[in-house]
Design a binder for this molecule. Structure first.
Ligand code: ZN
Length: 1268
C-alpha cells in the first residue's frame, strides 16, 4: 500500500514543478505563489497526515497550528490544481481529500476523493483513501457506501491501524440496518481491539447491551447492562444511561415479579440514573411515566415538570401531561397539553387520538372526528381500521342529529381550531422559556389552562394552516356554490392564508432553510403539510421495498416493537402508506442529483464561527456516532423500548465538551415519538371499544412507550437534497462517480494464468524474501492482483421477458443403467444448467425411501434433536408482512428445538387437522351451495393474513453412522457423483466433518414450510431427495444473477448471506431475472449446481434429505474460492476451509483440467508466499515459532475472534497453550489484543519444506479421467 507520506511528497514535487512553469508564464503572480507555497517543515508535518488521524487530532486550542497548516495546504493544493487545470497526479487529490476530511470539510473531501478514485485505477490498494472515503460517507449517513468502503479497507489491509474505528462504525451501521448479527460481530471485534478508539470500551459494551435490547433479548440486555454497572470507574454519563435503560426496560417489560415490584425497580433505577445525571429530561420523563402508572399523580406531575425544565419540550411529555389532567378531570388543561403535543409534533397520532377521546367525552363529536382524522393521517397511527370505523360511527351519529342541536349547544371546550390558535407557551419553545415561566407564574400554569395564553406565539406557526383549517378549506372549496355569507368569508380568509402559507413555504425552500422545528414546512407531502417527516418504522421499511420511481429508501429504525405490543404490529403496517420519513437516502446507484450534500444546519458548527471550529475532532466523531445510532429512531418506531434516546446520545457525545447542547441534544424536541405501544387497555390502539363507552381514555398515552425517540438529528439525519452550497462550490461536483462500482471480479480472485507462468517454489520464496526485506507488509504482496471481490452485475443484455420462466432441465430415469450413465453427471455439472431434476431416481435405483419416512425415523431415534422454525403459512409463492398488507423480502422465523418424536406428532396432527377441515368445507359447501357467489366474493376481497403459524423441522443431523446406519448405507446406492462420500467429491477431501455439507441432513415438513433464498455454503453443489409423501416446490435463479439478488437484499435491509429472505417474484420479473420453477415429487433428486440461488416450500407433508457435493471442476473450485473471499469481505465464516482443502487436493488428487489446475496452483502459491513471509517476519521480530504439527483428522482452524481460516501458523494464547485448549487466533486478531504478541505463542503445523514439496509436485496430470 502506498503510504500517504509518499503521495504527499510526490504532490509537493509536482507542485514545485508546476509552480516553476506558471512562474515563467505569469511573472506578475509570482508573489502570490510565493505566499502559497509550503515550506519544507510544513511539507514534513503534512507528510504524516491522512484520514487515519481523523478523530485523533485536535484543531482548537493547542491544535490551532495544525488547523492553520491544513488550511494552508488546502489552499496551496487548490490553487495548483486550478493552474494546472486539474492535470495533477492522482495522489494529490487523495491528499487534498485527507486534509479536507481532517478539517471536517466533508463535501470538499468527498469531491477530492472522487477525483482520486476516478484517476487511480488501483485506488483499492490505498487503505487510507478507502478509510477517508468511508468516513465521509458515514458522515452523510450513506451507510450503504460507507459499509462498502470500510469493508474494503479491512479486506485489503486486515491489520489497518484504525480497524477498531471501522468495526465500531460497522457495528453502528448494521444496527441501524437491523442486521443485528453483523452488528454484534463488529462490536465484539471492536471490543477486543486494544488500540485507541474514539469510544471507550464501556461505551462499546453499552452498545452491545443495547443491541440485545433492540432485538428484544431483554434478559441478555439486562444482564449486559448490569454487568456494565459493575465496571470500575464507569463514566457518569454511561452509568446514567445504563440505569435509564434498565429503568425503562423494567417499566415496560415483565422482567421481575408483579407490577408493583417492577415499577418499584423501574423507579429505583431511574432515580439512580438521575443521581448520576440530574439533568436528563428523558429520565425525568420516564420517571413521570412510572409514577403515573402506579397512580402517584403528584409525583408524576413533578417529574414531567422537571423533564420540561431539563430538556427541550417534547410532544411525548405534553401528551402524558394531558393524560394526567384528563385523569384528574381537568379537560381544559388536558386540552392545552394535547395541543402542545400536536403542535410540537403534528404527526403525534397518540396525542390526536387522546384529544379525540377528550372531545368525545365532552360531547363535541365534530372536533373529535377532526382529531381522529388527524390521527388516522399520521404515518405513525397504529390502528387505522378501527379508527376509521370510529370516525364513520361518529359521522353517522352526527348526520342523525338536527343541525341546530349542534350549533346551539354550549361547548365545554374550545373547538380544535380555536384551541390550535391559542398561543403556544414559551415552555415549548425553549428551556429558558420554561424556566422564566416557572419563575413568573410559579406552578400556576400547571393548573390554569388560560395562563398559557400569555406566552408569546412561536413565529413559525403563523404561516401554517392547521390541519383542521386545511380540512375546512377543502370542505368549503368543495361546497363553494352552497355557502352562506359567513362561510364565504371564511373561505376567502382561508384561501388567502393558504396562499400566504404556500408563499412562505416556497420562500423557505428557496432560501434552503430547513426549519427543523416547523414540521409544517418540512413535510414531504405538500398536500399534507400537517404531518412532518416521520421516519421509517420497522415493518414499513421492510415492506416498502423498492420503489422504482423513488430513489429514496427508508431505513428501518433499529427499534423493535416490544413485548405485549406484538399483537399490535399488525396495525402499524396498515398505516404505512408510501414513502415517508426519509431518514437516510440510500443511493442505489450513482445519481446526478447527488444528495451527499452537506447539510448546512446539521450542527451549528458548520457556520464559520460555529462550534465545530472550536470543538475537537474527536468530539465530532462522537456526535456522528450519536447521530448514527439515534437517527433511525426518531420517528415512528412504534413500541420501541429503548430507542436510542437523547441521553444515550449524550452518552456518546459525552466525552465531548460542553458543546453537547449545541451539537445534537438541542434537537431533541423534534422528536417524533412512538405512537402507542401496548395494546391492552389502550384506547389509542383500540379506540372503538373505549370510545363507545364514552369515557375519557386516560390510559391511552400512558401505555405508550415513548422512548424511542431521539431524533437527535432528526431534521438532519438524511442525505438532504438541500441545495447545499458545498458541493456546488467544489470543483468536481458534477462528477458523480461513486467509488464503489461493482464489476465482475471473477478473474481477479484467481487470475487466469498459463501454467508456464507458475514459478517454482524456490523462485517464489526468493521473491518473498526480497519483498520482505523491503519492508512491505504481508498483505501487500497478496494484493498483487486481488482487489476486493464484488458481486456480478446483472448479465447483459437482459433476457427478454418471455425468457424469464425457462423450463427446468429434467431427466427421467427408467432404470439403474440410466442413473449411472456418465453423461448424467456431465449434464448436472454443466454450468449452463443451474439446476437439474432427476425424475424417478429412487424408483430406478430401488432406493428404500421408507427408511427416511417419519414412522421409521421415530422408530430409529425418537429422541433425536430437531431444529424448529416457526413460520407464517404464506399464500403459494408470495411472502407477506405479518399483517398481510405488503409483499416483503424479509421472512424471519423463530428458532427452537424439539425431538423427532414430538415433531412427528405435530406433523401427523397437522395432517389430520387438515383432513378434518377439508371435510368441514365439503359439508359447508353442500349446505351453502346457493350462496356460493357471495362467499367467493367475500374471500376475494379478504385481506391477506393474519397468517396461521406452522412449524418446519429442519437441519436434522444424520451424520452419526451408528444411529443412522441403514439410512446412510441406502444412500451409497446413488451414482458416485451424487454420493455423500466419493473420491470425486471435493468435500470428501476436506478430511473432517462439515455438518450438513459432507454429512446428510433431514428436513421434516408440513405444507408451507419454507427454506428461504440462499446459495449453498461456499457455492458448493447440493443434492436433495424428496422422501414424500407430499411434493415440494422449488424456485431457482442462475448463479450469475446473485449480484442482482444481493442488491435486492441490500435494498430491503437484508444481509444476502445471513438474513432470511423470500424473493418477490414480481421484483425479479421487473429486473429481468429468470426463475426456474418446478415441483419435486417423491423420489425425485434435485441437483443444485454450483452457486445457484434457490428457495423451496413444501406443498404437502413430506420429508427431504440433502447434502453438498463438490464436483472436481474448474467452475466449482472457482466459485468456491470466490465465495470464500466474499465471505471474508463480509465478515462471514466460510464453512469450507478452502486453503486447507486446496493443499489436500494438491496432495491427493490428480488434476487433468488445465484451468482447474492453474487455479489450484495459483492459490497454493499465494498461501506459500503468505506462510513464508509471515514466518520470516515473526522470526525477524524475535518471535519464536514452535513446531506443533498436526494429527490426521485434525480439522482446519478458524480464528476464534474473526472466524477467518487460519492455516499453518496458529496464534494461540499462552494460557490456552498451557491448558492445551489451543484457542486459535489469526495474526491480526492476536495483534489487536497484544500488539507485540507477548501473550501468544505461534504454533506451526507444516514444515515449509513439506509445503514446498507439495507445491512442486503438484503438476498437471495427463488427460485421462480426472474426476473419478
Ligand atoms: Zn481473526
Amino acid at each position: 500500500m502506498k503510504s500517504c507520506g509518499v503521495s504527499l511528497t510526490t504532490a509537493a514535487v509536482a507542485f514545485g514543478d508546476e509552480a516553476k512553469k506558471m512562474a515563467a508564464g505569469k511573472a506578475s503572480r509570482e508573489s502570490e505563489e510565493e505566499s502559497l507555497s509550503l515550506t519544507v517543515e510544513e511539507r514534513e508535518a503534512l507528510g504524516g497526515m491522512d484520514s487515519r488521524l481523523f478523530g485523533f487530532v485536535r484543531l482548537h486550542e493547542d491544535g490551532a497550528r495544525t488547523k492553520t497548516l491544513l488550511g494552508k495546504a488546502v489552499r496551496c493544493y487548490e490553487s495548483l490544481i486550478l493552474k494546472a487545470e486539474g492535470k495533477v497526479e492522482s495522489d494529490f487529490f487523495c491528499q487534498l481529500g485527507h486534509f479536507n476530511l481532517l478539517l471536517e470539510d466533508y463535501s470538499k473531501a468527498l469531491s477530492a476523493y472522487q477525483r482520486y478514485y476516478s484517476l487511480q485505477a488501483d485506488y483499492w490498494k490505498n487503505a487510507a483513501f478507502l478509510y477517508g472515503l468511508g468516513l465521509v460517507y458515514f458522515y452523510y449517513n450513506a451507510f450503504h457506501w460507507a459499509i462498502k468502503a470500510f469493508q474494503d479497507v479491512l479486506y485489503v489491509d486486515p491489520s489497518f491501524c484504525r480497524a477498531k474505528e471501522i468495526h465500531l462504525r460497522l457495528g453502528l451501521m448494521f444496527k441501524v440496518n437491523t442486521d443485528y448479527k453483523s452488528s454484534l460481530k463488529h462490536f465484539q471485534l471492536a471490543l477486543i481491539d486494544c488500540n485507541p478508539c474514539t469510544l471507550s470500551s464501556a461505551e462499546i459494551q453499552f452498545h452491545i447491551a443495547h443491541l440485545y435490547e433492540t432485538q428484544r433479548k431483554y434478559h441478555s440486555a439486562k444482564e449486559a447492562y448490569e454487568q456494565l454497572l459493575q465496571t470500575e470507574n464507569l463514566p457518569a454519563q454511561v452509568k446514567a444511561t445504563v440505569l435509564q435503560q434498565l429503568g425503562w426496560m423494567h417499566h415496560n417489560m415483565d422482567l421481575v415479579g408483579d407490577k408493583a415490584t417492577k415499577e418499584s425497580y423501574a423507579i429505583q433505577y431511574l432515580q439512580k440514573s438521575l443521581e448520576a445525571d440530574p439533568n436528563s429530561g428523558q429520565s425525568w420523563y420516564f420517571l413521570g411515566r412510572c409514577y403515573s402508572s402506579i397512580g402517584k399523580v403528584q409525583d408524576a406531575f413533578i417529574s414531567y415538570r422537571q423533564s420540561i425544565d431539563k430538556s427541550e419540550a417534547s410532544a411525548d411529555t405534553w401528551c402524558s401531561i394531558g393524560v394526567l389532567y384528563q385523569q384528574q378531570n381537568q379537560p381544559m388543561d388536558a386540552l392545552q397539553a394535547y395541543i402542545c403535543a400536536v403542535q410540537l409534533d403534528h404527526g403525534h397520532a397518540a396525542a390526536w387520538m387522546d384529544l379525540g377521546t377528550l372531545y368525545e367525552s365532552c360531547s363535541q363529536p365534530q372536533d373529535a372526528i377532526k382529531c381522529y382524522l388527524n390521527a388516522a393521517r399520521s404515518k405513525r397511527c397504529g390502528n387505522t381500521s378501527t379508527l376509521a370505523a370510529r370516525i364513520k360511527f361518529l359521522q353517522a351519529q352526527l348526520c342523525n342529529l338536527p343541525q341546530s342541536s349542534l350549533q346551539n349547544k354550549t361547548k365545554l371546550l374550545p373547538s380544535i381550531e380555536e384551541a390550535w390558535s391559542l398561543p403556544i407557551p414559551a415552555e415549548l419553545t425553549s428551556r429558558q422559556g420554561a424556566m422564566n415561566t416557572a419563575q413568573q407564574n410559579g406552578s400556576d400554569n400547571w393548573n390554569g389552562g388560560q395562563s398559557l395564553s400569555h406566552h408569546p406565539v412561536q413565529q413559525v406557526y403563523s404561516f401554517c394552516l392547521t390541519p383542521q383549517k386545511l380540512q375546512h378549506l377543502e370542505q368549503l372549496r368543495a361546497n363553494r356554490d352552497n355557502l352562506n355569507p359567513a362561510q364565504k368569508h371564511q373561505l376567502e380568509q382561508l384561501e388567502s392564508q393558504f396562499v400566504l402559507m404556500q408563499q412562505m413555504r416556497h420562500k423557505e425552500v428557496a432560501q434552503g432553510l430547513h426549519k427543523s422545528q416547523s414540521s409544517c414546512l418540512s413535510g414531504p407531502n405538500e398536500e399534507q403539510p400537517l404531518f412532518s417527516t416521520g421516519s421509517a418504522q420497522y415493518h414499513q421499511a421492510t415492506s416498502t421495498g423498492i420503489k422504482k420511481s423513488n430513489e429514496h429508501l427508508t431505513l428501518p429504525s433499529n427499534s423493535v416493537p416490544q413485548g405485549d405490543a406484538d399483537s399490535h404490529l399488525s396495525s402499524h403496517t396498515a398505516t404505512s402508506g408510501g414513502q415517508q420519513g426519509i431518514m437516510f437516502t440510500k443511493e442505489s446507484k450513482p445519481s446526478k442529483n447527488r444528495s451527499l450534500v452537506p447539510e448546512t444546519s446539521r450542527h451549528t458548527g458548520d457556520t464559520s464561527n460555529g462550534c465545530a471550529d472550536v470543538k475537537g475532532l474527536s468530539n465530532h466523531v462522537h456526535q456522528l456516532i450519536a447521530d448514527a445510532v439515534s437517527s433511525p429512531n426518531h420517528g415512528d418506531s412504534p413500541n420501541l423500548l429503548i430507542a436510542d434516546n437523547p441521553q444515550l446520545s449524550a452518552l456518546l457525545i459525552g466525552k465531548a465538551s460542553g458543546n453537547v447542547g449545541t451539537g445534537t441534544c438541542d434537537k431533541v424536541n423534534n422528536i417524533h415519538p412512538a405512537v402507542h405501544t401496548k395494546t391492552d387497555h389502550s384506547v389509542a390502539s383500540s379506540p372503538s371499544s373505549a370510545i363507545s363507552t364514552a369515557t375519557p381514555s386516560p390510559k391511552s398515552t400512558e401505555q405508550r412507550s415513548i422512548n424511542s425517540v431521539t431524533s437527535l438529528n432528526s431534521p438532519h439525519s438524511g442525505l438532504h437534497t438541500v441545495n447545499g452550497e458545498g458541493l456546488e462550490n467544489s470543483q468536481s461536483s458534477t462528477k458523480v462517480d461513486l467509488p464503489l462500482v461493482s464489476h465482475r471480479s471473477t478473474s481477479q480472485i484467481i487470475p487466469s494464468m498459463s501454467v508456464s507462468i507458475c514459478p517454482s517454489s524456490t523462485e517464489v520464496l526468493k521473491a518473498c524474501r526480497n519483498l520482505g526485506k523491503n519492508g512491505l507488509s504481508n498483505s501487500c504482496i497478496l494484493l498483487d492482483k486481488c482487489p476486493p471481490p464484488r458481486p456480478p452485475t446483472s448479465p447483459y443484455p437482459p433476457l427478454p421477458k418471455d425468457k424469464l420462466n425457462p423450463p427446468t432441465p429434467s431427466i427421467y430415469l427408467e432404470n439403474k443403467r440410466d442413473a449411472f450413465f456418465p453423461p448424467l453427471h456431465q449434464f448436472c455439472t454443466n454450468p449452463k444448467n443451474p439446476v437439474t431434476v432427476i425424475r424417478g431416481l429412487a424408483g430406478a435405483l430401488k432406493l428404500d425411501l421408507g427408511l427416511f419416512s417419519t414412522k421409521t425415523l421415530v422408530e430409529a431415534n425418537n429422541e433425536h434433536m430437531v431444529e424448529v422454525r416457526t413460520q407464517l403459512l404464506q399464500p403459494a409463492d408470495e411472502n407477506w408482512d405479518p399483517t398481510g398488507t405488503k409483499k416483503i423480502w424479509r421472512c424471519e422465523s423463530n428458532r427452537s428445538h424439539t425431538t423427532i418424536a414430538k415433531y412427528a406428532q405435530y406433523q401427523a396432527s397437522s395432517f389430520q387437522e387438515s383432513l378434518r377441515e377439508e371435510n368441514e368445507k365439503r359439508t359447508q359447501h353442500k349446505d351453502h351451495s346457493d350462496n356460493e357467489s357471495t362467499s367467493s366474493e367475500n374471500s376475494g376481497r379478504r385481506r391477506k393474513g393474519p397468517f396461521k403459524t406452522i412449524k418446519f423441522g429442519t437441519n436434522i443431523d444424520l451424520s452419526d453412522n451408528k444411529k443412522w446406519k441403514l439410512q446412510l448405507h441406502e444412500l451409497t446406492k446413488l451414482p458416485a457423483f451424487a454420493r455423500v462420500v466419493s473420491a470425486g467429491n471435493l468435500l470428501s477431501h476436506v478430511g473432517h466433518t462439515i455438518l450438513g455439507m459432507n454429512t446428510v441432513q433431514l428436513y421434516m415438513k408440513v405444507p408451507g414450510s419454507r427454506t428461504p433464498g440462499h446459495q449453498e455454503n461456499n457455492n458448493f453443489c447440493s443434492v436433495n431427495i424428496n422422501i414424500g409423501p407430499g411434493d415440494c416446490e422449488w424456485f431457482v435463479v442462475p448463479e450469475d444473477y446473485w449480484g442482482v439478488l444481493n442488491d435486492f437484499c441490500e435494498k430491503n435491509n437484508l444481509n444476502f448471506l445471513m438474513s432470511s429472505w423470500w424473493p418477490n417474484l414480481e421484483d425479479l420479473y421487473e429486473a429481468n431475472v429468470p426463475v426456474y420453477r418446478f415441483i419435486q415429487r417423491p423420489g425425485d433428486l434435485v441437483w443444485i449446481n454450483a452457486g445457484t440461488v434457490h428457495w423451496v416450500q413444501a406443498v404437502g407433508w413430506c420429508n427431504n434429505i440433502a447434502w453438498n457435493v463438490g464436483p472436481l471442476t474448474a467452475c466449482q473450485y472457482k466459485l468456491a474460492v470466490e465465495r470464500y473471499e466474499w465471505n471474508k469481505l463480509k465478515s462471514v465464516k466460510s464453512p469450507v476451509p478452502m486453503v486447507h482443502l486446496s493443499w489436500n487436493m494438491a496432495r491427493n488428487i490428480k488434476v487433468s483440467d488445465p484451468k482447474l489446475f492453474e487455479m489450484i496452483k495459483y492459490c497454493l502459491l499465494k498461501i506459500l508466499k503468505q506462510c513464508q513471509t509471515l514466518r520470516e517476519a515473526l522470526v525477524a521480530a524475535g518471535k519464536e515459532v514452535i513446531w506443533h504439527g498436526r494429527t490426521n483428522d485434525e480439522p482446519a482452524h478458524y480464528c476464534s475472534i474473526c472466524e477467518v481460516e487460519v492455516f499453518n501458523l496458529l496464534f494461540v494464547t499462552n494460557e490456552s497453550n498451557t491448558q492445551k485448549t489451543y484457542i486459535v487466533h489469526c495474526q491480526d486478531c492476536a495483534r489487536k489484543t497484544s500488539r507485540s504478541l507477548e501473550n501468544f505463542v505461534v504454533l506451526e503445523q507444516y514444515k515449509m519444506e513439506d509445503l514446498i514439496q507439495v507445491y512442486d509436485q503438484f503438476t498437471l496430470a495427463l488427460s485421462l479421467s480426472s474426476s473419478s
